[in-house]
Design a protein around this ligand. Structure first.
Ligand code: HEC
Length: 156
């Protein structure tokens, strides 16, 4: 039994060594080609993401008191906005968009958390929960703006 296992081990190790040798034999060009390709691309600028995606979708939640959803279609619109807003936090954390791997990620997570809660509340058609989330959502925007938005008024 013991010999079978050690024979298997040796066969495996020899196999692995062969693979390693093949890989190191490749030119720098071919190792670039075999490097995993990142399939996503940055399409919008930070400013476009804010103005066209984050601002209008968050507005739907900020102004829910003045525009309370009263039918199925309006609730569907709120759900869509909340989902878009929550997912936009993931877009902010994408490599290439994230400004750093530290405070930026913590700030973006505030939006992810608030957006996630908003989406849950919207799915449950819980008007009061959405109203109650306003403060948390505003805080998510202002925290990052104080840290990263140029010329943004700082809290005293
Ligand atoms: C993780 C960081 C982060 C979060 C969270 C964030 N923002 Fe921003 N926001 C920025 C940065 C950085 C800029 C400056 C972009 C630029 O000018 O290039 C900005 C700019 C803006 C602008 C001005 C864009 C322009 O070009 O005029 C608006 C509007 C805006 N954000 C809305 C929001 C709202 C609303 C929220 C919350 C629902 C939010 N942002 C959450 C980082 C963030």
């Amino acid at each position: 039994m013991k010999t079978i296992i050690s024979t298997l081990l040796i066969v495996m190790l020899v196999g692995l060594a062969g693979i390693a040798q093949q890989e190191s034999a490749g030119s720098p060009q071919s190792s670039l080609e075999t490097a995993p390709q990142i399939p996503y691309r940055i399409i919008g600028t930070m400013s476009q993401l804010m103005v066209d995606v984050i601002y209008p979708t968050s507005d739907d939640i900020f102004y829910i008191v003045t525009r309370p959803p009263s039918n199925e279609a309006q609730w569907t619109a709120i759900q869509r906005s909340a989902l878009t807003l929550a997912e936009s936090a993931n877009l902010l954390m994408m490599p290439g968009r994230a400004r750093d791997q530290d405070k930026w990620m913590t700030d973006a997570r505030l939006l992810l958390d608030a957006g996630n809660l908003a989406f849950k509340a919207a799915k449950a058609k819980d008007f009061d929960a959405l109203v109650a989330l306003n403060e948390q959502l505003v805080a998510a925007c202002t925290t990052c703006h104080q840290d990263y938005r140029p010329n943004y008024r700082r809290r005293r």
